[in-house]
Design a protein around this ligand. Sequence first.
Ligand code: GLU
Length: 445
Amino acid sequence: MTVTVRFAPSPTGRLHAGNIRTALVNYLFAQRLGGDFILRLDDTDQERSTDAFARAIEKDLSWLGIEWTKVVQQSDRFALYAAAVEKLKELGCLYPAYETPEELDLKRKRQLGRGRPPVYDRAALKLSDAEKAAFEADGRKPHWRFKLEPVDVVWEDLVRGSQHVDAASLSDPVLIRGDGTYLYTLPSVVDDVDLGVTHIIRGEDHVANTAPQLQLFQALSATPPAFGHHNLLVGPEGQALSKRDASLAIEGFREEGLEALSVASYAATIGTSDPVVPHVSLDELVQGFEFSKLSRAPARFDPRDLRLLNAKLLHMLPFAAVADRLKAMGVGGGEAFWDVVRGNLEVLGDAKLWWCVIEGPLVPVIESQDLCLAAAKLLPPEPWNEETWPAWSSAVKAETGAKGKALFQPLRLALTGEQHGPELKALLPLIGRERAHARLEGKPA
Ligand code: GLU
């Protein structure tokens, strides 16, 4: 069987950490089996959906390295939904209901007051044609409910295992609102049928939609796909993720300069039995993907951990993986430079700082003028290598009597202007004699 999955965000906002976990689980699974990944933009809510959000979603996915086989948008597909509505009406499983939101609310309160579950009582099914006509004459527009079969609905969830729901305990879902707009339930199923989706993989927050949707697949004479509901992400304090929390937007991670691969590695491995470690390619994540590794408990998404993972990833990335971006940032020095500084980076942009330290000009920080001037005089002639620093610093120690931190810290500050950084034995040959000499004399170089 060819696998086809879909990732179906609504273009009513930017992608955030929770969305991309869903996108990644779909993508990794499809890639693992050589299947198709469809990007479906759920934009039936035409008031809140915008083209700008749709393009931004595409941009965020592309940045993460997620490629789609095709993209569809629900607003282009209303004719399909209308045809399905006609079919459901013919079958007698879609019925008009005229209650106002206030009336429904009152019913629910009464049921709860009597200790009963607030399930829709199907009063609308008992309306006579004359009663319906009276409502219409009164200006009421019906909303349309799907009549559920009162049976046990069972499915083998790819993540949660065997599931069953007694459909008699559910309210008949509203598929079409009084103003004629669709709720998500029907268009989703119609598209899943039409696009040949074989696996619906989404967050646990959609588990309650599955039983009604399975009955919709049946009513539309379609073979239902497999379903998998992955665990949700929670914030650092265990709180539910909010779409409005800008600190979890993918755009923000990109702008902060985090690596797409560290975002993907983090979002794909938290809440799994795999270690949360950086992966140097999406393919590595693909090879390790198994539904059985997903935990049932919520996974904690902490941007601080993501940043640590980003640093770890940079520390292990080979020069080839970053060469183009370094060049675009105006950072030279090639592989030799990269190997010296990568261990000190939190984000790739930090490489610029170290490139400025090497290229100059920088204003040296002179903590001990005598020591620095003596050190300048002792600088050996070039060529320099990793042996230069130990030999030279020993000579400075012998000459000045300074040792330990009192020796190394003034030299580091004069040579780099920084308190901390890559090993001086590696930096020194890159800085070179001319600049080192000037800086030790307190001159900008
Ligand atoms: N548009 C829905 C959402 O973003 C899709 C749910 C589904 O995958 O079926 O939650």
